[in-house]
Design a protein around this ligand. Structure first.
Ligand code: HEC
Length: 367
């Protein structure tokens, strides 16, 4: 097989008067992808030019990341940095940050983190943590207490650490060793509240005050709540505050738990309340959580999105899919509880909970 592709490639290279049009570029791109061990750095300018044009057209698509990784296109670093910022904390942003870390672009990342624009820095930090790369988390952690940075940056760093398990773990370590300033405890509690790892939530509750139900009075029974009408527009803002890190509605939110774009057609109000107040009461098929110990000493918590003889794909919070050969996984344990955290209602008032369900109930299949 490989030989015939090589022949095809040679034919292309020596074809007289080839035009550098899109079809031609695409053919070159496809051909080199099929050649085992193809070394782009040794290729002709013509091939490099074609690859660059194709990458430009595919910027941010799965093919793009795959090709940049495979051919080690370090020239794409500025584009990767822009993606890590623009798609802060999403699967694409994480992939871009991971490549930059793998390429050893630490200096470039440090310079970008010193940018004066807060939202830029916050987005980049989220992507670095979401990459689940130990170096990414290590770049963000110092900003939690950096005296040269302002309060907004401290808070952004804490929030960013909530974008990956390694990040949450580091934040917990800071809190345990009393290095987390008091002023950041509220931001940190929001991170732990949303964490899909029950052990981590328990540990966190021992060292920082987790918020109790904003109204603190016990909630009425679900049957009663389900009879009330709320303000859907306000419910949407509650969703964007607490639920979007794991669920998509239309084009807002991160794709980790099931998409909720049509949840109102699937679940009546009482079931929606139960889904929020007691996530483990019914775990959606295909979203059962696992804890996996890997050969490299790390632990993953997520659900298995696909599994074949040579690859296990694990979806982890943040909407990222980590792929490992089955041999990398030393141990897997099915979690008895949902990956959706229990107790999210603690971050909202009773009224806001009713508004949130009103919003969800209105998300319906187009008639
Ligand atoms: C840390 C991630 C996470 C957060 C935060 C989260 N969820 Fe979930 N959610 C999940 C996962 C994973 C599932 C699937 C497992 C299950 O059914 O328990 C799920 C399931 C659900 C379901 C059932 C979906 C179905 O198709 O049956 C609803 C409804 C839901 N979540 C609503 C919410 C709402 C509302 C919020 C915000 C208050 C929220 N979730 C916050 C991860 C999360």
């Amino acid at each position: 097989m490989v030989v015939s592709f090589r022949v095809a490639l040679l034919a292309l290279l020596f074809a007289p008067c080839v035009r550098a049009d899109e079809a031609q570029d695409a053919t070159i791109f496809e051909t080199i992808q099929r050649i085992d061990g193809f070394d782009l750095s040794q290729a002709s300018d013509k091939i490099k030019g074609a690859v660059n044009r194709v990458l430009k057209a595919k910027l941010g698509e799965p093919d793009y990341f795959e090709a940049v990784r495979r051919f080690q296109v370090t020239d794409q670093s500025p584009e990767l940095l822009a993606l890590a910022v623009e798609k802060g904390g999403s699967a694409e942003g994480a992939e871009a940050a991971k490549l930059l870390l793998d390429f050893g672009q630490d200096a470039m990342l440090k310079e970008a983190l010193a940018d004066k624009d807060e939202p830029t820095v916050a987005a980049l930090m989220a992507s670095l943590v979401a990459s689940n790369h130990a170096k990414g988390v290590a770049l963000v952690v110092p900003f939690v207490t950096d005296e040269a940075a302002g309060a907004a940056t401290h808070r952004a760093a804490v929030t960013a650490l909530g974008f990956g398990r390694e990040g949450e773990q580091s934040l917990l370590e800071l809190a345990k060793s009393k290095k987390l300033p008091e002023a950041l405890h509220v931001a940190a509690s929001a991170v732990f509240l949303k964490s899909s790892d029950p052990t981590l939530r328990e540990e966190a509750a021992k060292v920082i005050a987790m918020p109790t139900a904003a109204g603190s009075a016990p909630l009425p029974p679900v049957a009663e709540l389900a009879k009330r009408n709320g303000d859907a527009a306000n419910g949407k803002t509650v969703f964007q505050r607490i639920c979007f890190t794991c669920h998509q509605v239309g084009d807002i939110g991160i794709n980790f738990g099931p998409a909720l774009s049509e949840i109102g057609s699937k679940l009546p109000k009482d079931a929606l309340f139960t889904a929020i107040l007691d996530p483990s009461a019914g775990i959606s098929f295909g979203f059962e959580g696992y804890e996996m110990k890997l050969k490299d000493g790390t632990t993953l918590v997520g659900f298995i999105s696909s599994e074949t003889a040579d690859e296990v794909a694990v979806s982890v919070p943040g909407g990222i899919v980590l792929r490992h050969p089955p041999g990398d996984i030393l141990e897997r344990k099915k979690l008895p509880v949902s990956l959706m955290p229990q107790g999210l209602q603690a971050g909202m008032t009773e009224e806001e909970l009713v508004d949130l369900v009103e919003f969800l109930a209105g998300l319906r299949k187009p008639e």
